[in-house]
Design a protein around this ligand. Structure first.
Ligand SMILES: NC(=O)c1ccc[n+]([C@@H]2O[C@H](COP(=O)([O-])OP(=O)(O)OC[C@H]3O[C@@H](n4cnc5c(N)ncnc54)[C@H](OP(=O)(O)O)[C@@H]3O)[C@@H](O)[C@H]2O)c1
Length: 264
């Protein structure tokens, strides 16, 4: 099977990182199924991608915080009878918080939208993967995570917990599905300069009475590479994890953080 015939589901496809991932994979010749909530953004994203290549770009709307929406997504995915070669799973972005003991309802909502919902989406995607490892056909799952998967950060109190849950889930799936030729790896991001993240740096600069560049230099001064990542760099890492590069790699958590994480 040639690279050009491969079909990949990308969730969070209209966001800062998802848009870059879709553009990169489109350039590489993949056909894509985009998923997010906003139908207008999904249609616009597919129209933009169509101008990059002749392969197929389709979308399915899903709200990961809603069981009903996730069930409908699974039905639509199955109805399209698509065989998936890969999934790039992006649970919705979590807001920073230093509230380490949030109310039970907050936990319920967060686990629903950031763990249970995305996991059900992943389950429906895996159900239409048809790897044939004996023929060299492997299916790849890349779960976008964050560096809170390997270290607790004070201002990401809820992310600390949910990212660890994802790490354990990814490892469990990798262990269970390796024999079938389904690979599951996570890509844990540090700060990444999406439009929203750029805006948040600008807000922190204003609050601190600094220019944007002063604030950016201060925030990245403890990162060995002295910079945040770009969505395009993330997209390249995703493409590589989907490629034959990972044909003997599963269950790894790749840190994409400029060296910020000190632990071995
Ligand atoms: N940017 C960073 O610095 C950074 C750092 C570490 C990890 N990450 C992770 O990278 C991933 C992408 O982040 P990003 O910065 O690209 O976020 P973003 O720009 O906010 O995009 C989020 C995407 O998810 C979709 N989405 C949001 N809520 C959803 C829901 N309930 N159900 C289904 N889709 C939903 C959004 O579209 P709709 O609103 O239309 O649904 C959008 O496509 C996230 O998992 C994030 O946690 C980002």
């Amino acid at each position: 099977m040639s690279e050009t015939s491969k079909v990949v589901l990308v969730t969070g496809a209209t966001g800062g990182i998802g848009s870059a991932v879709c553009a990169r994979l489109a350039h590489a010749g993949y056909s894509l199924i985009l998923a997010a909530r906003d139908i207008g953004k999904l249609e616009a994203a597919c129209a933009r991608l169509q101008r990059l290549g002749g392969q197929s770009f389709r979308w399915i709307s899903v709200d990961m915080s809603s069981d009903a929406s996730v069930t409908k997504f699974a039905q639509e995915l199955a109805a399209k009878a698509t065989v998936l070669n890969g999934v790039v799973l992006m649970p919705p972005q979590m807001r920073p918080t230093d509230e380490c003991q949030p109310p039970a309802d907050t936990w319920r909502q967060l686990f629903q939208s950031n763990f249970i919902g995305p996991l059900e989406v992943l389950k429906s995607a895996i159900s239409i993967m048809q790897p044939e490892p004996s023929q060299g056909h492997r299916s790849k799952v890349v779960i976008i995570s964050a560096i809170t998967s390997v270290q607790a950060l004070g201002n990401y109190a809820t992310s600390n917990v949910l990212r660890c849950a994802w790490l354990a889930q990814a490892k469990t799936l990798a262990f269970a599905m390796g024999e079938r030729g389904i690979h599951v790896n996570t890509l844990s991001l540090g700060g990444t300069l999406t439009p929203d993240y750029l805006a948040s740096i600008g807000q922190r600069a204003t609050r601190a009475g600094m220019t944007f560049d002063e604030r950016l230099a201060a925030e990245t001064s403890n990162i060995p590479l002295r910079k945040y990542g770009s969505p395009e760099e993330v997209a390249l890492a995703v493409e590589i994890l989907l490629s034959p590069f990972s044909d003997h790699i599963t269950g790894v958590n790749l840190l994409h953080d400029g060296g910020f994480t000190r632990a071995y």
